[in-house]
Structures are given as structure tokens and as C-alpha cells.
Ligand binder design. Structure first.
Ligand code: 2P0
Length: 334
């Protein structure tokens, strides 16, 4: 099954004809508390396991899309993007799935409120916002589940960025991926804060796509990963239900460390940590020993993300002067 076949199932005969002059969409970035790490189908971005994230409220992507002539045009944060760049070619090949005619071209204007150096992936909010903008332009009126599946075809973690708050992406089992979509979880934690610590904004040595593939294929530790995730998902959902911040923090930190451990046993090895990454991890453990309620998570890069309750913000800022604090449920929350 190709992406195109999955799109045909989802659109179920809906027209590929613009219903209005332009479409708009907005989606938040998200950070996984239980990570997506490894695919069972690389064409459709079908994961081996389910995952669970929190969306970052105001931090994300806004996208406007409209028909244009000649060639696809892409602008990022107000600047034109070269057609041959990785960014524009990935976008154009996704848009190939939705052209009303072979010669049809799109203009895409996309703005990221994620600070470019914050070390946060923008593909999740980017593809989610793009799918919402296409749904608006073509007037499909798709349900959130279908939008989540469409976003997943662009980038796996984008399936989760369709929703705000805590979100679970169900791995599903179907070959066509129609049961692999995200859903919002009915918990709100207005006091939750995340802290972004930028360790390095250098390009990472291995993209997450290649890192997942390599780890799944060559790491002897990968067979333990689905077992770890099955356990962590249950405990994270217990923690959400009980409002137990420390339990959530412990499991999220342990899950991230386990994900990175699978990469170490891959060949060639995958290690995203820089010396400063490890220094920040030790710093978290030190301040936690002194009573601060702070935990960390990390994604496919060297940057560290802190998790803490709102009342710890002054102490966290004191211990991590460069931290950028995010309120996933809104800055007014709590
Ligand atoms: C996550 N990551 O759950 C995990 C943790 C990276 C580490 O989702 O190939 O950009 O587009 O499906 O979604 C990054 O992977 O990968 C990611 P594709 P994606 O957030």
C-alpha cells in the first residue's frame, strides 16, 4: 500500500478542487512523554508501538495554502525557501498526493513560533498545520481521526499535533494504517510546565528516520523497547488520572533514557548526547536530590527538555538560567 492509496481511502471520493481562495491551519508542536521509536511500515509511518505526548500550546506552526502557477512556492517565516532545499522538496512530495491535476501548483506560507534554535522538531506541527490547511482549502470537512492519519503520512509525530493537551497515538495493527491515529486524552494539567534547554543547534549527525531504522534493524536492545513502552503507557495514564506529577516525570525520564539506550547498541551507533547534554542531566539529578520536583526528557537530538510543576518555576530558573519555559495548557493557566 502506498501513501496515495491511504489518501484515497481517507478522502473517500471527496473532490480535489479548491472550495475557496485559500486554506489555513494551525497546530502545536508536541513533546512525547512516551516516545515513538521504530516503524513497522516506513512508507506509511506506521509505528511499532503507541506513544503519548503533550502539545505545546502557543508554540507551533501556522500555515496558509493557495493555488499558484508555474512551480510550488514555499515561504518559511516570511522568507522564500529554495525549491531544491530539503524542506521544500519534502513539502512538494507530500503535496503531490493532493494535486487536482498534474500541473497544479501550491503556494505554502508557513510560520513557526518555535524559536529556530530551541531544538524542537517542527515537522510534527508543520505537517499537522499543512493537513488542516488542505482540509480547509478543499472543504473536505474531515473528522479529527482522518486528519491525524493524513498528518501521519507526512511525519509520524504529526499525527499527535492535530490535538492539544495530552495525546495518545495508537499504534494500530491494520496494514493500511486506518487504526493508527492519535486521540486527545481527557486530562488537563494547567500547572504543568516544560523547560527547553538548548545544548547545541548544530545539525544532528543522524536524522530520526535513519536512527529509528538503524536501531530497529541492528540494536539487540530494541526487542526490549515495546515491553518498556507497554508498561510506561499504562503508568503514564495512571499518573494522568491520579494527577501524580512525580510519577509522570519519573516515567517520562526513564522512557527517554531507554529510547536513547537502544541507539547505543545499534550499528553504526546512534548517540545524540553532547558533553553538555550529560552535564544538564547530572544537574537535574543534583537539584532533584535537593528536593526540586524536576525531570527531563530528550528527543532525537542533544537538547534537554525539563518537566516541572508551576510552583517550581522560580527554582528551576535559578538552577537553569538559560531555560525557556513553556506552559502547554496556556500561559494564563494555573
Ligand atoms: C517522538 N521522535 O515520539 C520521537 C522521539 C524522535 C524521538 O517522533 O520519520 O519526525 O517523520 O515519522 O515523527 C521524530 O520522528 O519521524 C519523533 P517520521 P518523526 O517525538
Amino acid at each position: 500500500l502506498k501513501k496515495r492509496d491511504a489518501v484515497a481511502i481517507l478522502l473517500a471520493g471527496r473532490a480535489l478542487a479548491p472550495a475557496k481562495a485559500e486554506g489555513r491551519g494551525a497546530a502545536a508542536a508536541n513533546i512525547a512523554l512516551c516516545k515513538y521509536w521504530g516503524k513497522r511500515n516506513e512508507e506509511l509511518n506506521l509505528p511499532i508501538t503507541s506513544s503519548l505526548s503533550v502539545s505545546l500550546g502557543e508554540l507551533g506552526t501556522r500555515t496558509r495554502i493557495l493555488p499558484c502557477a508555474g512551480r510550488d512556492e514555499v515561504a518559511l517565516n516570511g522568507q522564500p525557501v529554495a525549491a531544491r532545499s530539503k524542506f521544500a522538496t519534502r513539502l512538494s512530495s507530500f503535496l503531490d498526493l493532493f494535486r487536482p491535476a498534474a500541473e497544479f501548483r501550491f503556494r505554502v506560507e508557513t510560520d513557526n513560533s518555535i524559536p529556530t534554535a530551541a531544538g524542537l522538531a517542527s515537522s510534527a506541527s508543520g505537517f499537522a498545520a499543512l493537513v488542516l490547511a488542505l482540509n480547509d482549502l478543499f472543504g473536505w470537512g474531515l473528522d479529527p481521526r482522518s486528519l491525524s492519519i493524513l498528518a501521519r503520512l507526512g511525519s509520524g509525530s504529526a499525527a499527535r499535533s492535530i490535538f492539544d493537551g495530552f495525546v495518545e497515538w495508537h499504534a494500530g495493527a491494520a496494514a493500511d494504517g486506518m487504526d493508527s491515529f492519535a486521540e486527545p486524552l481527557p486530562y488537563e494539567w494547567p500547572d504543568l510546565r516544560m523547560g527547553l534547554l538548548v545544548v547545541s543547534s548544530e545539525a544532528k549527525p543522524v536524522g530520526s528516520r535513519e536512527a529509528m531504522r538503524r536501531t530497529r534493524r541492528t540494536s539487540v536492545l530494541y526487542e526490549a523497547w515495546p515491553i518498556k513502552v507497554a508498561h510506561d503507557l499504562v503508568v503514564i495514564k495512571d499518573a494522568l488520572r491520579e494527577g501524580d506529577f512525580d510519577l509522570l516525570g519519573r516515567v517520562a525520564e526513564s522512557n527517554a533514557l531507554a529510547m536513547h539506550a537502544t541507539g547505543l547498541a545499534a550499528w553504526p551507533p546512534v548517540l545524540y548526547w553532547r558533553p553538555a547534554t550529560v552535564a544538564q542531566m547530572h544537574r537535574v539529578w543534583e537539584v532533584r536530590d535537593r528536593g526540586l520536583r524536576v525531570y527531563f526528557t530528550m528527543d532525537a537530538g542533544p537538547n534537554v527538555k525539563l518537566l516541572f510543576p508551576r510552583e517550581e518555576e522560580p527554582s528551576v530558573r535559578e538552577s537553569f538560567p538559560d531555560v525557556q519555559v513553556v506552559a502547554p495548557f496556556g500561559p494564563e493557566a494555573g
